[in-house]
Design a protein around this ligand. Structure first.
Ligand code: PEP
Length: 251
């Protein structure tokens, strides 16, 4: 892990959680406040219906809240969508954009992801911009070029002046229990770092690069110790307070 960047662990609850999940959030809050102080910024991204409650309840224990997606427009005729400003109004400080499930389920392109990231910045949120190759792309030796192209297309120029976070999430590792080797993670994160520095200079040195994809209590310590891994984006294992706390503690 690059020592000058404070690590961040974000939990992505995806489409899981109703009000009962606040008990699990409270259990996490209790662990974070009674144990050793966490060495990472802790963010929970619940479904939008839970955002205000998570932001309110998490605040006392330092847990910050994030959305899972936002629309690129500030308002308007977009039934079912949520503007970045609405997430901020509900208490969010972060928002995930370009998650592979959004790219796959909703056909989101790099241009759209970049527009969402810009909207997030405009609303005062820190976008967590996801990139990552599919298994077929990795098997055919295209992982580096695919991620480079997503990075170039999805990260807005505003990242030179505002805080953004990049999450490298190989699609084939999400929810599968499979992870790349530490060498593969190191190589991809180093490549992302080079591209960020090429484009943003010194600012590119301090943009957090999270790893995501089957990060678990069992593998968190070694993955989070890989160079240029500045934290993690955690799906399934963020739903259980004990597992998520173990990952946070692994930093
Ligand atoms: C994710 O969806 O962002 C993710 C990392 O999921 P999981 O941890 O379940 O693989």
């Amino acid at each position: 892990m690059t020592t000058t960047i404070s690590p961040l662990i974000a939990g992505n609850w995806k489409m899981n959680g109703t009000r009962g999940a606040l008990d699990e959030l409270q259990a996490l809050a209790d662990m974070l406040t009674t144990g050793e102080a966490p060495r990472a910024i802790v963010v929970v991204c619940p479904p939008a219906t839970m955002l205000a409650a998570v932001a309110r309840q998490g605040a006392t224990s330092g847990i910050q809240a994030g959305g899972q997606d936002c629309h690129a427009a500030a308002s308007g005729a977009h039934t079912g969508d949520i503007a970045a400003g609405m997430l901020a109004d509900a208490g969010a400080q972060y928002v995930i954009v370009g998650h592979s499930e959004r790219r796959a389920d909703h056909g989101e392109t790099d241009d759209q992801v970049r527009a969402k990231a810009e909207a997030a910045i405009g609303a005062g949120l820190k976008p967590i911009i996801c990139v990552g190759e599919t298994e077929a792309q990795r098997d055919s030796g295209q992982a580096d070029s695919v991620v480079a192209s997503q990075l170039a297309g999805s990260v807005p120029d505003a990242a030179g002046q505002h805080e953004v976070i990049v999450a490298y999430e190989p699609v084939w590792a999400i929810g599968t229990g499979r992870t790349p080797t530490n060498d593969d993670i190191a190589s991809m994160h180093a490549s992302i770092r080079r591209q960020l520095v090429d484009r943003f200079g010194d600012k590119g040195q301090v943009i957090r690069i999270l790893y995501g994809g089957s990060l678990k209590p069992q593998n968190a310590r070694e993955i989070l110790a890989v160079e240029h891994v500045n934290g993690g984006l955690v799906g399934g294992a963020s739903l259980l307070a004990k597992d998520f706390y173990t990952i946070i503690s692994a930093v």
